[in-house]
Ligand binder design. Sequence first.
Ligand code: 6PG
Length: 488
Amino acid sequence: MTTSFSAPASPTANIGVVGLAVMGSNLARNLARHGNTVALYNRTAQRTRDLVAEHGDEGAFVPAETVADFAASLQRPRTAIIMVKAGAPTDAVIDELVEVFEPGDIIVDGGNAQFTDTIRREAAVREHGIHFVGAGISGGEEGALNGPSIMPGGSDESYATLGPILASIAAVVDGEPCVTHVGTDGAGHFVKMVHNGIEYADMQLIGESYDLLRRGAGLTPAEIADVFAQWNTTELDSYLVEITAEVLRQVDAATGRPLVDVITDQAGMKGTGTWTVQNALDLAVPVTGIAEAVFARGLSGRTAQREAAQARFTEGQPTGELGVTDRDAFIEAVRLALFASKIVAYAQGFDEITAGAEKYGWQIDLGEIARIWRGGCIIRARFLGTITEAYAADEPPVSLITAPYFAAALDATHAAWRQVVAHATLGGIPVPAFASSLAYFDGLRSPRLPAALIQGQRDFFGAHTYGRIDRPGAFHTLWSGDRSEVEA
Ligand code: 6PG
């Protein structure tokens, strides 16, 4: 079909989508299915034609061949969601839209943008009197079509128009749409970035659990699939645990082997987990479990180093025994270790959001963030409802690990967690995320940390000074003199 779309006589669309690859076209279809009239624009018009030809009967679409026609088809304030590749392609579309939009109109970036880019773009677009909203959208292709979790930033004024439109397409849990106005400018993309960091941690922790059950306890992938399916009926109930069972049950048609055994063991990444860790480093927030998850993906891809180490260190590979005498007890211990480590991953992620909000001046309601993550997104999980409750308390916790429900859960799990980490370490199974999460927990709860010694060392070699526990001020010991102490 090569017919051109005619220029619209009058603006009829209440929302537009620019960029009609799978995510964009699924989002446009979701919008149309929920009663919105959706203007469509794609750089290559054929894609727009295909969408209308294949799905035109799902709702009201107004296809446009030019960005000018696209703008003309939108009611005011014109509101358009950009669904193109993050980076330069997003900037190019913003520039095009700014040309044809007017003050009061709203440009939404629904991609996985760096939040610092969103802050920059918001300021630049605001110069034209146009609102710019960075909106994190989670849930992949399926979520975009059937209900994602949406994390929009931007101004209050833009949210007044945009909020109801996003609420019409978001996932719904307990009657509430999984969308909230996260905060101004880059707040939405910041929270989406942390969501992805937690996603990486969650996936790594599940991976370590699988490895322990496989190489540690000798279970087959099909047996482990059953274990995960059972775990999904417990506190661990979540999308990622659910799909883990599905992936482990899959048999490769070509070889008849479990699919997981024929997939190359190098994890890819597009970089959002790395951003989470980079920003955590800038904010000095210890997101250790998330960082280990990113590094574990990195390690999996160090092929030359892995080959060299495998060739050199052949002794003592895990045998599938790992001293496990009671299989069921071991499986339960791994489940508890997974639960405990997962609590830490969320505690770290929420700590980063708190620190980011402070640095960038955002008012972020942490309970609301947990609420909108209950459905639609990749980390959706039963226990997010409990996180919302924790932050709704009269005195919200400074760390999730001390909120009553999670503190009790850690009381009940940490003995098993230690056993699992010790077993894994002695047996040669790498559990970086389990172990670093446990170290984080023990670090926070230690009455004294060796940081005091580090301060002493810093003072020794660099006169960096230290504080004292018994009085305020900064002090220095005259290390190369008589070793008396002076106030700095
Ligand atoms: C989501 C996902 C989605 C995507 C990420 C992670 O929330 O829907 O997080 O954004 O899967 O890009 O991908 P990588 O693992 O490739 O970084």
